[in-house]
Design a protein around this ligand. Structure first.
Ligand SMILES: C[S@@+](CC[C@H](N)C(=O)[O-])C[C@H]1O[C@@H](n2cnc3c(N)ncnc32)[C@H](O)[C@@H]1O
Length: 226
């Protein structure tokens, strides 16, 4: 019997199978929200190949960017160095379920911090939120897949099925929380936290081949520490 891969093995193989997995650009919805904030110290959870972290640094943030995949983090660091902002991002290759952030931050951000393998998402988000300074923000931008029709065709193909009843697909969709479910799951004390934004936004997305497009839904949760 073959054992299931650990989360680190899973994500390493996801990145190793191609030279570049994501677009390299900042996530549009994340950028839209961050533009409303004043730059300071940012912690990015599940930074992947660093598209958001590099953009944040270019906007004046000092960034700590963490991902479980050493390959992804190395790509992010190379990208930051090539754009001349290598000194503004600290890259950390670690499993966030066992990583305790040091220091304090003005922004904790997580874009599409999802996984089809084990991920203690809410626990990780709560721990990171605890490192925010008063007035700091927690920003979560997430996929909202309420029905299979919400999933762009290229993501469905990557998942390996277009069968809406596929159990693995159903389990993945169920694990994705809507913004209101996310706020409930975080269970942050309202005496200390303000819900600034809790909404679903739609946008036109382009697939990895650069030609295919689809309308996608992004869940946005922005919380401010009082
Ligand atoms: C769907 S990708 C999103 C990547 C990036 N934020 C973006 O928007 O392009 C999820 C990321 O979370 C990372 N990840 C998953 N589980 C993790 C964990 N336990 N600790 C740290 N990173 C993790 C993966 O390696 C992957 O890069």
């Amino acid at each position: 019997m073959t054992e299931s891969p650990t989360p680190a093995e899973h994500w390493e193989s996801q990145y190793a199978e191609r030279a570049q997995r994501w677009s390299g650009r900042v996530n549009a919805t994340t950028a839209d929200v961050v533009r409303t904030l004043t730059p300071g110290d940012a912690l990015e959870l599940g930074c992947g190949e660093g598209g958001d972290a590099v953009w944040l640094a270019e906007q004046g943030w000092r960034v700590t960017a963490v991902d479980i995949s050493a390959t992804a983090v190395a790509r992010g660091a190379a990208g930051a160095a090539s754009r001349g902002i290598g000194d503004r991002v600290t890259w950390v290759s670690h499993d966030l379920s066992t990583w305790a952030p040091e220091g304090e931050f003005d922004l904790v951000t997580a874009s599409f911090f999802h996984s089809t393998v084990e991920l203690a998402r809410t626990e990780i988000l709560r721990r990171a939120a605890g490192r925010l300074r008063p007035g700091g923000h927690l920003l979560l931008v997430s996929h909202v897949f309420e029905t299979v029709a919400d999933i762009p065709p290229w993501a469905l193909r990557h998942h390996g099925t277009v069968d809406p009843d596929d159990p693995a697909l159903q389990a993945h969709m169920k694990a994705l929380l809507t913004p209101s479910e996310e706020v409930t799951a975080l269970a942050l004390d309202p005496t200390h936290w303000v819900v600034v934004t809790q909404e679903i936004r739609t946008r036109e997305a382009t697939g990895p081949d650069g030609a295919e497009t689809a309308t996608v839904k992004d869940g946005v949760v922005l919380l401010r520490r009082r």
